[in-house]
Every structure is written in C-alpha cells, then in structure tokens.
Design a protein around this ligand. Structure first.
Ligand code: 13P
Length: 267
C-alpha cells in the first residue's frame, strides 16, 4: 500500500466550481482575464492542472475561447443526466458535454444531494453515465455538521464513495472531491489534518473498491472555504491532490493565487 500513499505521480488539480454564477458573456471576459493572469505569471499547466466548471449555458462560449486561443484550461459541467437522451425535460446528457470537449463533470455535489434529492444510487448512475461518455467524473462526498457529530469525520464520505464506485471499472479515470458540507461557503474550512484524514480514508476506499493502482493515480481534492491563504496547508498533505473551489474561484486574483500556490508560499 506504500505506492497508494505516494503523491509523486499525481498532477495537482485546482478546480473552480462557479455554481450558478456568470452568464455566457461574463464567462468569456472571465476566462480571458484568468488566462492572461496565469500567462503573465508563466503558470505551468503541466505542473498544476486548472479546470473550471461554468453553468451549462456558458460551456459553448468557453469551448470556443479555449479552442481559438489554445488555452490549456480544462472545463466541465456541474452535473449531467444519468440517461443518454429522451424525454427528460431540463436534463443534460453526458454526450452533449463530451461534444463540447468537456473533460470533467461534477457529480453528487452536496447542493445537488440536498436541494435535488440526489441519492447515492442516483450519483452512482451519473458516474456510470459520465464514464460511458468519456468524461472524468469529479465525485463529491462529504458529511454535514450533524453527521460529523453523530458518526465522526469519515463515515459518511466513505459510505458515499463506496456507493458511487459500485459498478465502476477498476481502472476508471476518476477524481474524488471531499467537501465537508459544514465547510462549504461558511468561511470555516476544515484543517489540513482533518482533510488529510478523510482523504486518506477515501483513498483506501478506492484501493478496495477499484485497485491499488487506481487509488495511487486518482486525484482527491479538498473543497470548502478554500482561499489563497489556506491552500498551501492543504497541498502539503500527502493525500490531498488539489482543491475544488467555490466562492474564491469567482475572483480572478484569488483563484489565480490559489492555482499558483507553489509560488506565493514557496511550497
Ligand atoms: P466554497 O469554496 O465557496 O466554500 O464552495 C466549495 C464548493 O462547494 C465547491 O464545489
């Protein structure tokens, strides 16, 4: 299991989940400015990968810009349908996201689990749909403050991840995001120790559910009140391979400072 703990082969991923913010015109201006900011700073995308998750209605504009300017920015949807096509009013197929050159898709964000009643079964079906359409699912798990009190820190995220991985091929290309619900948008991030403990437990789930090699290769992100001032602490942890950033991903200076965490804190 030693290889499972080695972060050496995993490229860190800093991902911005825009949630329901920025229309397609705003997304164009934002992505241009973000690209300039990272270019000015000579950011090496092979060293730290950057992905953004705009609303569906922005994706075509983002695709056009990324392809015209040959930006090394990855992007994806914030959700997808478990179904391929048909009478599902308001749903978006993974096939549509693939056609827009999305690399990733967020699945099972706590806001979808709570506001849209997404169960573990729905999340597992969406993970299967993402893989079927060649997308890398960013599988979100995390406990509420009440769960933390009742069951301790890792029980709920571990059980959510086990359910999400049921039926996933052992060599699947996935990303996992540990987002404690109590830390999302609260300004009260987990400590690096707390994040590390749960991310290590999640890596063990991947090893047991899929394989040791997949566990060693899979990026596990921390999310919940990540800022430029606390990112370095998370990134020093061996089982934390990046961040899923909400509010701070909407501020270009802040987000690019998070992406450049190695530079400004000398990690
Ligand atoms: P905040 O960074 O705003 O806490 O949101 C985290 C999140 O939910 C990312 O998916």
């Amino acid at each position: 299991m030693d290889s499972v703990k080695s972060p050496a082969t995993r490229t860190p991923l800093i991902a911005g989940n825009w949630k329901m913010n920025l229309d397609h015109l705003q997304s164009i201006a934002f992505v241009q400015k973000l690209a300039w900011s990272l270019k000015d700073a000579s950011h090496d995308f092979a060293d730290v990968e950057v992905a953004i998750f705009p609303p569906f209605t922005d994706l075509r504009s983002v695709q056009t810009l990324v392809s015209a300017d040959k930006l090394e920015l990855a992007y994806g949807g914030q959700d997808l349908s478990a179904a391929d096509s048909g009478a599902y009013t308001g749903e978006i197929s993974g096939q549509f996201l693939s056609k827009l050159d999305c690399v990733y898709v967020i699945i099972g964000h706590s806001e979808r689990r709570t506001m849209h009643n997404e169960t573990d079964e729905v999340v597992a079906a969406k993970v299967a749909a993402a893989l079927k359409h060649g997308l890398v699912p960013v599988i979100c798990v995390g406990e509420t403050a009440e769960d933390l009190e009742r069951f301790g820190p890792s029980a709920v995220p571990v059980s959510q991840l086990k359910a999400a991985l049921a039926g996933v091929p052992s060599d699947a290309n996935i990303v996992v995001a540990y987002e404690p619900v109590w830390a999302i948008g609260s300004g009260q991030a987990a400590t690096p120790d707390q994040a590390e403990a749960v991310c290590a437990a999640l890596r063990t789930v991947i090893a047991e559910s899929l394989s040791d090699d997949t566990a060693a290769a899979t990026r596990i992100l921390y999310g919940g009140s990540v800022k430029s001032g606390n990112i370095a602490g998370f990134m020093r942890e061996p089982n934390v391979d990046g961040a899923l950033v909400g509010g701070a991903s909407l501020d270009i200076d802040e987000f690019s400072a998070i992406v450049r965490y190695k530079k400004h804190v000398g990690v």
